[in-house]
Design a protein around this ligand. Sequence first.
Ligand code: IDC
Length: 256
Amino acid sequence: GLSSHGIQWFPEVLTYNNLKQLKEDWKINVFRIAMYSDAYVANPDSIKQKLINTVNDCINLDMYVIIDWHILADNNPNTYYEQANTFFEEISSMYSNNPNVIYEICNEPNGNNITWNNEVKPYAEKIIPTIRKNSPKSLIIVGTPDWCKQLKPVADNPLEFKNIAYSCHFYSGTHGKELQDNIDYALNKNICIFVSECGLTDASGNGNKYFNEFDSWINFLNNKNISWIFWSFANKDESSSILSPNFPINDSNTNI
Ligand code: IDC
């Protein structure tokens, strides 16, 4: 699948026509909507409306759609816990029991003091029941510490809920065998891993592209039946964007 960039910055490319081409020509079957939590908190109504429009487009195209509460600069998922809880309460009642919709409750917890046991797991233990109350079987993806690389503490102390996947994120210019070993450690403990974001640049999202390293990552994931989503479907002038900056965003007949 593909991930949007932050929908507060690059909403124009998220049209029905573009999503339809991604499904029919690019053969993606899952689209991730990255809704930055700090942008949402600053401006909830307009960002939520853009998210809802795109979720509806994906459902109408019969794709999976991931609603990504994209924490990043806010480091700790508990920073905006109240807002996250209200958001997931509202959105899960709107899409109650819709099998297309997948919930990603915190993009990338990060920072030295943000641990699984003390911060991320307690957050998940509060948000997951909020979603489950409205939508008992929905797949929920839970972010892991250190920008979704620290899988061992999670595998040693997983959540008690069913239908949970844990996210692992890689950028092929930065991450390699050490992270793959973490995935193997988790799989050996029967932990479900979902690569809800990855890229072929370094972790900055810009600079060189590392195609060979990316290919070997995809072979590794395919061998283990792990889903992956590419960052990003945007026309920003940076190496991780798949559209060029002069992509004609206002032309509804454009072929991607
Ligand atoms: C990057 C964007 C960049 C933006 C930056 C800060 O590509 O344009 O300025 O975020 O908002 C992640 C994050 C994702 C990052 C991406 C590349 O989830 O938001 O996007 N990345 O740096 N984790 C690892 C890499």
